[in-house]
Design a protein around this ligand. Structure first.
Ligand SMILES: Nc1ncnc2c1ncn2[C@@H]1O[C@H](COP(=O)(O)OP(=O)(O)OP(=O)(O)O)[C@@H](O)[C@H]1O
Ligand SMILES: [Mg+2]
Length: 689
């Protein structure tokens, strides 16, 4: 069984008999299970055991803690460890206790009972503690200092270790004023060794640490910062030309699909099919952002530019901008000017990231261009998911370091082409939420609220303004159903499709058609008439079964419109026009022979996914539908399957995939990734035959 090594000698200072390396290694092995010391550990341990001050510079994870933990085990008395973070202390103390080593920490987070127990142990004739962790603030209090002095005079203070010692230096990145107060330790405990430990000390900081702590003739140990087990790579312009050109070749010839690189990589490279540009660090200005993200979508295909943003990133970049300018510039006045300019440029990016208003508008306006309010068409996240953006921004403000949190907000922008930058503020769960919206039994009220009300609320609106907007949206919702909330009195039919929902869906379709037109250059149909046509179809076919199915079909149709590629869309239109001409449909779209066979067209929407469209050959009895179809041009847009078709399609699918237990759990006709008019290649083959 493990036990604290027998205490030899009456006092810490008098117990400084030399330990053989083998003995120390045995202790290491006995308590920690390691076979030998690493790097400069042994030298540091031997130095402090001999009573000498020591400055120990070792990389992160290098094993600095062992340099004071082993002395605590072999020396009489207590090792005092000064640490800047309570979490660090808790962690280490728990780990030591696990190994049977008596360790404690004192902090404001502990109960007074625990603190009292620790103090009693310290005051006892023979404390059981071997390591006591404290904050620099506590050391600076007269009460605790008096306690330490008592321990010292009783010969029970064997070592003072100052962890993360760079915090004492104003030159260091983590300066902590209370660390400055540790400078009195050397004087107070003249013959007790001080051990300063850090992983981050550039020469200037190193000197500052040594002088601030008044270390006496310290042994200065610097371990190599090489971490041989870590494989590093990322591309930069400084690579030798052979490596550089091979990365470039692989990239240009599509052998490599993903390159992680500095911004230098993108310059002058023209690969057409780059569809995602992801900024892991923040760009310095709107110009940089536009230029770098503009590498996406050169083939005019829908593309995305993802921008990760956290307040830490912002601070880091502001720090860099301030300091870079200071170094570059000779005179301090021009340095300040440059710094101010850089910070002003950068503030545009910050504003872009932290605002909930239209991103496309922000980008374009930053270049002095006037933007029509209708330009965006929900092609940026602020316009598309205003409530999500607002809540993510609120979270960003509430939890400043949430960048890597599971629900951390990140910014994403998508661009169709550089002239039409499509920006989104995006959450990693967003994809799921879009799908959920498409397939779930979404509520009209929510739809109306998100479409009508929340988009008009600034993210920081007062709570009562939000309530008022919600109230207005609620009234609009009920009015759409031909009743007011108050008048309605009873329950509203949960399944019914309100006028407000129909209007919102029409708008969605119109937006999708507008997007498709932008993407394809020239869509050969009138968008408004086509949106009406599609919405009317959905409504007619799903009115009876209710809004869930209606919603889903609208969403699926929107998805089809927004995901079909240029060729697919054009092919389809040409095929349709040709077919319509062959069948004498185009010349007279409202006279459709009832007996005509219904040809089936297969359109690949995404790799591995096929959609079946039955050309609409059924004569519309509804006159308005005829007019709409005629005004939509002689082009058939995706046909909406009837509810019965959906059910029978589902039935076929269930048989086909009876082995797939998940298939049966999906709602009828609504697959998460289906693009509307259901379904798989096998099915289309069956229908063809
Ligand atoms: N001689 C050793 N052999 C094997 N593992 C060791 C040895 N010494 C320390 N370690 C282990 O290395 C890990 C890192 O040690 P430690 O936390 O002390 O690093 P550190 O230098 O303080 O790093 P940081 O700068 O992040 O605080 C720990 O799991 C520790 O148990
Ligand atoms: Mg450490």
């Amino acid at each position: 069984m493990k036990g604290v090594l027998p205490i030899k000698g009456a006092s810490a200072a008098s117990g400084r008999e030399k330990k053989a390396p083998k003995e120390l290694e045995n202790v290491l092995n006995q308590y920690f299970g390691y076979s030998g010391f690493r790097g400069k550990q042994l030298e540091a341990i031997e130095a402090v055991l001999s009573g000498r001050d020591c400055f120990c510079l070792m990389p992160t994870g290098g094993g600095k803690s062992m340099c004071y933990q082993i002395p605590a085990l072999v020396r009489t008395g207590i090792v005092l460890v000064i640490s800047p973070l309570i979490a660090l202390m808790e962690n280490q103390v728990a780990s030591l206790k696990n190994k049977g080593i008596p360790a404690e920490f004192l902090s404001s987070t502990q109960t007074s009972h625990t603190k009292q127990t620790i103090h009693e142990d310290l005051d006892s004739g023979k404390p059981s503690l071997k390591l006591l962790y404290v904050t620099p603030e506590l050391v600076a209090t007269p009460g605790f200092m008096a306690k330490l002095k008592k321990l010292y005079h009783r010969g029970l203070l064997s070592l003072v270790a100052i962890d993360e010692a760079h915090c004492i230096s104003t030159w260091g990145h983590d300066f902590r004023p209370s660390y400055r107060k540790l400078s009195s330790l050397r004087k107070q405990f003249a013959d007790i060794p001080l051990l300063a430990l850090t992983a981050t000390a550039v020469p200037k900081v190193q000197k500052d640490v040594i002088s601030s702590l008044c270390l006496q003739n310290p042994l200065i140990l610097r371990a190599s910062f090489n971490r041989p087990n870590i494989f590093y790579e990322a591309y930069h312009a400084g690579l030798n030309s052979k490596v550089r050109s091979s990365v470039l070749d692989d990239w240009l010839s599509s052998r490599t699909q993903v390159v992680v690189a500095t911004v230098a990589f993108g310059m002058g490279i023209d690969r057409q099919d780059v569809h995602i540009v992801c900024h892991f660090n923040l760009p310095k200005s709107m110009e940089s952002f536009y230029q770098e993200s503009g590498r996406a979508g050169r083939d005019q295909q829908p593309s995305r530019s993802v921008l990760y943003y956290g307040l830490d990133d912002r601070r880091r970049m502001e720090f860099i901008l301030r300091n870079t300018k200071t170094k570059k510039s000779q005179s301090s006045s021009s340095s300040n000017e440059l710094s101010e300019k850089a910070l002003a440029d950068f503030s545009q990016i910050v504003e872009y990231c932290e605002s909930s208003s239209c991103r496309r508008k922000k980008i374009i306006e930053s270049f002095g261009e006037k933007v029509q309010p209708t330009l965006c068409q929900r092609s940026c996240d602020a316009c598309k998911h205003p409530n999500l953006v607002s809540s993510h921004l609120e979270e960003l403000r509430r939890v400043p370091n949430c960048r890597f949190n599971k629900v951390s907000p990140v910014f994403q922008s998508s661009l169709v082409n550089p002239a039409h930058l499509d920006t989104e503020f995006w959450n990693r769960e967003d994809e799921a939420s879009i799908s959920a919206e498409d397939i779930s039994d979404s509520d009209d009220g929510n739809e109306v609220v998100s479409n009508i009300a929340i988009s008009k609320i600034p993210s920081n609106a007062a709570l009562d303004a939000k309530f008022k907007a919600l109230e207005r949206a609620e009234n609009a919702y009920y009015q759409g159903k031909g009743q007011t909330n108050q008048q309605g009195g009873g329950l509203v039919d949960k399944k019914s499709i309100s006028q407000a929902l129909r209007d919102a869906c029409w708008k969605r379709l119109l937006d999708a058609l507008g997007q498709a037109k932008l993407r394809l250059g020239n869509l050969p149909c009138d968008e408004a008439a086509s949106a009406t046509h599609l919405e009317t179809e959905c409504f007619k076919k799903y009115e009876k079964v209710g809004k869930t199915f209606y919603n889903s079909q609208i969403a699926a149709t929107v998805r089809w419109l927004s995901s079909a590629t240029s060729n697919q869309m054009h092919d389809r239109f040409h095929t349709l026009i040709d077919q319509a001409t062959d069948h004498s449909v185009s010349s007279s779209p409202d006279i459709v022979p009832e007996s005509s066979p219904a040809p089936t067209e297969v359109v690949c929407a995404r790799p591995g996914e096929t959609i079946v469209h039955e050309l609409e050959k059924t004569k519309h009895s509804d006159e308005s539908a005829k007019t709409i179809a005629a005004s939509a041009g002689n082009v058939e847009l995706p046909t909406i399957p009837s509810f019965r078709e959906c059910l029978s399609q589902k039935g076929k699918d269930c048989k086909k995939s009876s082995s797939d237990s998940n298939a049966g759990s999906q709602p009828f006709g609504f697959r998460r990734k289906s693009t509307g008019l259901v379904e798989k290649q096998e099915t289309s083959k069956k229908m063809k035959s």
